[in-house]
Design a protein around this ligand. Structure first.
Ligand code: SF4
Length: 381
């Protein structure tokens, strides 16, 4: 199929939304009117990028959306809500139901022991690719598989399941940056032509992020500034917050601390306005890093402590890990090995959970150094 390979994207998505027998969900239960009434969880992660998809964050921002849950936790929440609304049908929707095979079958085992029928919502990609998967589903009696066919031919599939922005996103995830830029450029051109400025700013931010990943901070700044202007013009506060946060990070990477601080403060203001804890904690981390780089370590520690609390409240593991990592760096700079150690331990655990092996290794290295340095003090005391 031209465009992108859904099976490769399945693997990529599973590396983000699956952890052992756990899968990411944005919400564990909500009542829906479909099929005469059903209780449904909102799962995260899909292996297609349909033009008409209305799922938004669960499909397009899987890294920063939702939390990991075990099959037992999901079943318990569905059961509780289904009892409340008198539903006999339960399901998970808003993404692709077959991601996380182990999680799915453990969930189906629990459903099989209950009175419910589970509706497995799928686009059929994984089942069509792996006959054994379909055969493994066959014996389940309390299961109804609903395959949502997106097109009637390869061409129609391509047309309906892709658009310039989405293809750009897929290439970006697959780290083919040249092709990603090519499609992003076309997406901006087309969105401007039809006056879809929210989409223009979305793509501008994606292009900035892609340049950021290439370490081209000047270009990243250019696109974040364009996104800032677009968002201010149309009053898109969420987009504006993302652009300001991106600018703060880019200036920090260029070691322009005054501008990094100014943009991080503006990002904090917009994060408060849209009342998003995740965005607040992101700007607290950036402000902490600015203070650390300035050498005001006490101020940086205070900001990282705030960021840990905010990120924990938001349930964003990635940010909890980062805030713990950065606070340990500040404690290490103060030669407070004993104070750095618990934060390094927390960061190591979380980076391992997030499968971020390079960060986990860095933290383990610091941890070893920290233990060696704290020994003489312990024996001496
Ligand atoms: S298969 Fe469904 S969830 Fe996935 S992108 Fe298409 S419409 Fe969205």
């Amino acid at each position: 199929m031209k465009g992108y390979d859904p099976i490769k994207l399945t693997e990529k998505m599973e590396s983000i939304v699956v952890d052992g027998n756990k899968r990411k969900y944005a919400k564990l239960s909500r009542p829906l009117r479909f099929y005469g009434g059903t209780t449904s969880a909102v799962e995260v992660g899909c292996n297609l990028r349909c033009k008409f998809c209305f799922s938004d964050k669960p499909v397009f921002r899987p890294q920063s959306t939702g939390k990991f849950y075990t099959p037992e936790e999901v079943f318990k929440a569905l059961d509780k809500s289904a009892k409340r609304y008198g539903h006999k049908l339960i399901s998970a929707s808003a993404s692709e139901g077959t991601l996380g095979r182990q999680h799915l079958f453990e969930l189906l085992d629990l459903v099989e022991l209950s009175e419910y029928v589970y509706i497995l919502e799928t686009n059929g990609m994984t089942l069509g690719n792996d006959k054994a998967f379909a055969e493994q589903l066959a014996p389940y009696k309390n299961l109804h598989v609903r395959v949502s066919i997106k097109g009637t031919s390869q061409e129609e599939y391509h047309e309906l399941t892709t658009s310039y922005t989405n293809i750009g996103l897929v290439y970006s995830i697959m780290q083919d940056i040249e092709k990603a830029f090519d499609f992003y450029g076309k997406a901006i051109e087309m969105a401007k032509r039809i006056g879809a400025y929210r989409q223009v700013s979305f793509v501008q931010r994606k292009m900035a992020t892609a340049y950021w990943k290439q370490q081209d901070f000047d270009k990243a700044i250019q696109y974040y500034q364009e996104a800032q202007t677009t968002c201010e013009r149309i009053g898109d506060k969420e987009g504006l917050n993302e652009a300001l946060q991106g600018l703060a990070e880019a200036y920090l990477a260029r070691d322009d601390l005054a501008l990094a601080e100014s943009y991080a403060e503006k990002a904090t203001e917009t994060a408060m306005e849209i009342n998003t804890l995740q965005a607040i904690s992101a700007s607290q981390i950036t402000l902490g890093r600015v203070q650390h780089n300035r050498g005001d370590l006490q101020a940086s520690i205070e900001l990282f402590e705030k960021a840990i609390n905010t990120a924990e409240q938001a349930g964003v593991i990635q940010q909890v890990a980062e805030a713990n990592f950065y606070i340990s760096e500040s404690w290490l700079a103060l030669q407070e090995w004993g104070k750095a150690e618990p934060h390094l331990l927390a960061a190591a655990k979380l980076y391992t959970k997030l499968k971020n092996t390079s960060k986990a290794k860095t933290v383990q290295h610091l941890l070893a150094k920290c233990k060696n340095r704290s020994k003489p003090e312990l024996s001496g005391g």
